[in-house]
Structures are given as C-alpha cells and as structure tokens.
Design a protein around this ligand. Structure first.
Ligand SMILES: *[C@@H]1O[C@H](CO)[C@@H](O)[C@H](O)[C@H]1NC(C)=O
Ligand SMILES: *[C@@H]1O[C@H](CO)[C@@H](O)[C@H](O)[C@H]1NC(C)=O
Ligand SMILES: *[C@@H]1O[C@H](CO)[C@@H](O)[C@H](O)[C@H]1NC(C)=O
Ligand SMILES: *[C@@H]1O[C@H](CO)[C@@H](O)[C@H](O)[C@H]1NC(C)=O
Length: 404
C-alpha cells in the first residue's frame, strides 16, 4: 500500500497513474451515482475501470419535475452533464423519465441517453374494435347496461385520461394504468406503436399499483385484491394486448374511519419485489379533517405494514421484517428493494415520499412539510435522515434508478 500512497509534495503525475484495482476499491465504496459519474469523468482509464467492474447498482436519485435531481445520500442538487431534464411530466419505473410531446410522449433514460417514443393517451385502440357503447345489445331489442364502469365510460368523460403508472416491462412491452378519478384501466403498447390497446368492456378497477414480477404483470386494487394480467399478441399486428385479468389474491376491504379527534388513517398500497417475493406495502397516512372540509396529511405521521403474496395459497402473509439487508424505496411511480449492506446502510428500512396519485386525491399534503421519510421496521419509528431541501416539490417527486 505504501508505494501507491503519494507522499506529500509528490502526487502521482496523473490521476490515471493510480492502479485501476485500487481505483476500483474506492469506487465500490461510493454508493452515490453522482460520485460514480464524477469518477468516470476523471480520465478515460477511470471511465473504462468503472465500466469493467461489476459494481453494485448505485443508490437511486430523487427526481423533481423542475429538473433537479438529488443523488442519494447527498442533499446537494445533481445535474446531468449536458442534459436538460426539466419539464418531465413524471417517471416510469426504473431509469426512465416521461416527457410530454404534441403527439404523445416519450421516455428518456438520462443515464444511457436513450429514448423511446410512445403513442398519445388519446389514441387507444379498442378491443373488440367495434366497441361502441356502454351496453350489451342482444340484437333482439334488449340492451343491457353494463353494471360496472368500463373503458367506454372513462372515454366518455375525458378524452385523455390521467397516467398513473407506466412500466417498460420489456423492450417490446409497455404497460400503463390510466384513469379518471379513482377508476382506472390497463393499457398496453409496443414502443414506437401508433396507439395503445385496451379491453373496451373489461371492468374498470380502482388500481393502486402495478408491478412486473417474474415475467408477469400484477396489479393491486384499493381493496387489496391482487390481479394478474394475461398478455397476448394481436394476431394481425403482433401488438401486445390484455387477454384476461384474473384475481390471484382476494384482499380485505379496508375503509378509513374518522375518529372523534377528527383524524383519519388514509391508505396507500404499493407493490414491490424483494428477495424474489412480491410484497404489498400498506401505508397509513394519518390525516386531519380541516374546518373547510378538506383532509390534510399530518406531517411525518405514517405507519407501514408489509405483506408477502403467497401465490400458492392465494393469500397475503403478514411479514414483520424486510430482512436485515433490505431497504425499500417506495414511490407512487416506482418502488424498489435494494440490498443495504453494499452501501454500508442499515437494513429493514423503508424510504418513502410524500407523493400523490394525481387523479385520486383523497387528501393533500401541506407543501411546507412534505419530505422524504425513513421508516424503521424494527422500531416502527420514522426519521428524516436526509437534508430537508426537498419541500414543495415532493408531491410530484419520484425515485429514479440508474440502469443496472
Ligand atoms: C334477448 O336476448 C337475451 C340474451 O339472449 C335474453 O336474455 C333476453 O330475454 C331477450 N329479450 C327478448 C325480449 O327476447
Ligand atoms: C392467464 O394466466 C394464468 C397464469 O399464468 C394461466 O393459468 C391462465 O391459463 C391464463 N389465461 C389465459 C386466458 O391466457
Ligand atoms: C386520534 O384518535 C385515534 C384513535 O383513537 C388515535 O389513534 C390517534 O393517535 C389520535 N390522533 C391524535 C392526533 O390525537
Ligand atoms: C402482523 O404481525 C404483527 C406481529 O405478529 C402484529 O403485531 C400485527 O398486528 C400484524 N398485522 C396485521 C395487519 O395483521
């Protein structure tokens, strides 16, 4: 070691003289994406080193719609060199940001400088293609109204529904759940296609989250039912389409209650894969009923319960730990579990955002107190270990995971 430690007054003639294996050891200790980016910017040799090493993925970035990013664990804004990211609308799961465009939207991966074009949400191909109305016509003069809401109802109410979540499941498959108010439906398309596809008469659900887990698309509804979405190919165009939505776990409906002290516990559900299992995180956000009848989240007052999907027995199983090595980053747009030890962090923690699902605002966050919180599964305590520089914008903030 002594040989490679530069003596005072005798620095190595160039950074690139530092042996690459030593540089690699240093790099391994830097969990922040910002550090990795700076490391790679030192010289071509270091960039090559960074590429060659099988490093654990860096910590996620927190992305704000004004184009500011925070590279965890730092509280200082990070800018992508030579890359304007302001104006993204939201984020898709993983490394993608969603930008609006006149005739649709496109995804941008600021890490790899890759883009993917998507059709506009106003262009949705119906299945069956001749779906025209909100009733079944038996052809004998009897028309029966659908007893539930379908895409045809949503379409009637708003030309362009709100995008709640978008997942790039594979290079050929993009799934989104979009809605109007609390009702939502799943759309599918192939990147670059001219339209999305939807099952016109499928019952709309109140989806809370969606996850691509072990090659299948799962969605969870507000009453904690876990659904699996079967996907097939349109025989004529080859485009992906939903062939069937089936229930795999029946949940328990759960309704918020207003207590005598005017508080209520509103619920948010998230699906996240951890250690090869599919987890449902139930987050209770304590809220208070204000004089004017609106409901406001009480700053920092959150509770978490975690359940594992037991697909074999079709049930949710209560779990009290994520495991010593797991940390979950929870967000409306994207949630992920990562291994904590590789970053020297302590495990069994949930990082969460005061974010919202745009079209289902049951309560609001006070912009002055929105934040990133960390819930410790072992102590049930919440802390704010990160600098509180993220107020105001947090509601539309999102985690961005550098491409693995
Ligand atoms: C029309 O057809 C439907 C479905 O076959 C049947 O349920 C209904 O009774 C029929 N109505 C009349 C008026 O025949
Ligand atoms: C849907 O997927 C399930 C689980 O993979 C499978 O058992 C079922 O046969 C599929 N149904 C259709 C209609 O594809
Ligand atoms: C309000 O009442 C509920 C139910 O008794 C309790 O759990 C909660 O802690 C109370 N909240 C406040 C802010 O007093
Ligand atoms: C989950 O298990 C823990 C420990 O056994 C218990 O305290 C908690 O109430 C359970 N939660 C649910 C929702 O069943």
């Amino acid at each position: 070691m002594a040989e490679v430690t530069p003596r005072a007054g005798h620095p190595p003639s160039s950074w690139s003289d530092i042996p690459w294996d030593l540089a690699g050891l240093v790099l391994r200790l830097l969990p922040a994406y910002a550090d990795r980016a700076r490391f790679a910017a030192v010289c071509p040799q270091w960039r090559a080193t960074a590429r060659q090493l099988a490093l654990p993925p860096p910590l996620p970035l927190l992305a704000l719609p004004d184009g500011t990013f925070y590279s965890l664990p730092y509280g200082k804004p990070f800018r992508f060199p030579g890359f304007g990211c302001a104006g993204f609308k939201s984020a898709a799961c993983g490394s993608w940001l969603i930008f609006p465009r006149d005739d649709g939207c496109y995804l941008v991966d600021p890490f790899a400088h890759a883009t993917v074009a998507l059709p506009p949400l106003s262009r949705v191909r119906l299945r069956p293609p001749n779906a025209v109305a909100k009733f079944v016509d038996h052809g004998n003069g009897t028309r029966i109204d659908y007893p539930y809401t379908t895409w045809m109802h949503i379409k009637d109410q708003a030309d362009v529904p709100t995008l709640n979540k978008l997942i790039l499941c594979s290079p050929n498959l993009v799934a989104a759940f979009v809605g109007n108010g609390r009702t939502s439906q799943i759309l599918m398309c192939q990147p670059g296609a001219s339209s999305w596809s939807v099952r016109a008469y499928e019952e709309c659900k109140m989806f809370e989250d969606m996850s691509f887990y072990q090659g299948k698309l799962y969605a969870i509804t507000v009453d904690e039912n876990l659904l699996v979405v079967n996907i097939s190919q349109d025989p004529s165009t080859g485009d992906p389409q939903v062939s069937r939505v089936g229930q795999v776990i029946k949940g328990d409906p759960w309704y918020p209650v207003f207590y005598a002290n005017k508080t209520t516990d509103e619920k948010k559900l998230y699906l996240v894969e951890s250690h090869g299992t599919l987890l449902m995180v139930r987050r209770k956000v304590w809220c208070i009923l204000l004089e004017d009848g609106t409901v406001m989240a009480l700053p920092g007052q959150n509770e978490f319960e975690v359940f594992q999907a037991d697909l074999e027995h079709s049930r949710w199983v209560n779990v009290t730990t994520l495991g010593d090595d797991q940390v979950i980053f929870l967000g409306r747009r994207c949630s992920r579990a990562v291994s904590a030890s590789q970053y020297g962090m302590s495990g069994d923690q949930i990082f969460f955002l005061d974010d919202v699902m745009e079209n289902a605002l049951d309560y609001f966050f006070d912009g002055e107190s929105t934040s990133v919180g960390v819930y410790d599964m072992r102590t049930s305590e919440i802390s704010s270990p990160l600098p509180m520089v993220w107020m105001h914008e947090m509601i539309h903030a999102t985690w961005l995971f550098p491409r693995d």
